[in-house]
Write a protein that binds this ligand. Structure first.
Ligand code: GAR
Length: 214
């Protein structure tokens, strides 16, 4: 059984997609906790209603990023995670925090990285006049919105698209690729090699044994 801790800041629709997939596909994994940096995050209610432990570590209550990240790390580690899933978690993380979860923390970003890191990705895509946009699930490294990509989804940018119409089209795909990427991790099928992700056709032996023994 692998433990997954999901971090959110708001609505939590990607968290919801992962929770639903884990349940319906009966992954050998449990969502050990959903943690938010905002007490008002809408996704907390969904998690609590499903009996998932929730916690809030409010960044507003900490004077520095380092202090916030230290408390967040302590809270996450209390749930013994195999994987930390950033699902609309809108915080820049310190290097020691990222290093602590190297190879076991994923993020979803609403663009075809390396295009359009940062905020306002849908408007950036419209302004740049690209005909294709999308989302990327990647392992988190110290550089914001970088790190080895696991899966990408592509959507067309249509004439007349606004930030709203384009983000809605991308979000539908996010809800497909994020659960799939987490499932691949749970199955022990993701290997990071030379800064890139290789997806194994079958679970590696150590991952399989781990699943059998726990
Ligand atoms: C999602 O579109 C996610 O890709 C984006 O925030 C939204 C959160 O929605 N994340 C980022 O922009 C991270 N840089 P959700 O709370 O409904 O999952």
């Amino acid at each position: 059984m692998k433990n997954i801790v999901i971090l959110i800041s708001g609505r939590g629709s990607n968290m919801e997609a992962v929770v639903r997939a884990a349940e319906s596909q009966k992954w050998p994994a449990r969502i050990a906790a959903v943690i938010s940096n905002k007490p008002e995050a809408g996704g907390l209610a969904f998690a609590a209603a499903r009996g998932i432990p929730t916690a809030v570590v409010a960044n507003k209550e900490f004077a520095t990023r380092a202090e916030f990240d230290a408390k967040l790390q302590e809270t996450i580690d209390g749930f013994a995670p195999d994987l930390v899933v950033l699902a609309g978690f809108m915080r820049i993380l310190t290097a020691p925090f990222v290093e602590h979860y190297a190879g076991r923390m994923m993020n979803i970003h609403p663009s075809l990285l390396p295009l359009f890191p940062g905020l306002g990705t849908h408007q950036q895509a419209i302004d740049a006049g690209v005909t294709e946009h999308g989302a990327t699930v990647h392992f988190v490294t110290a550089e914001l919105d970088h790190g080895p990509a696991v899966l990408q989804a592509r959507v067309p940018v249509l004439p007349g698209d606004t930030e709203e119409t384009l983000s809605a089209r991308v979000l539908v795909e996010e809800h497909k690729i994020y659960p799939r990427a987490v499932q691949l991790f749970v199955e022990g099928r993701l290997v990071i090699e030379d800064g890139a992700v290789r997806i194994l056709e079958h679970a590696d032996v150590s991952g399989a044994l781990d699943t059998i023994s726990s």
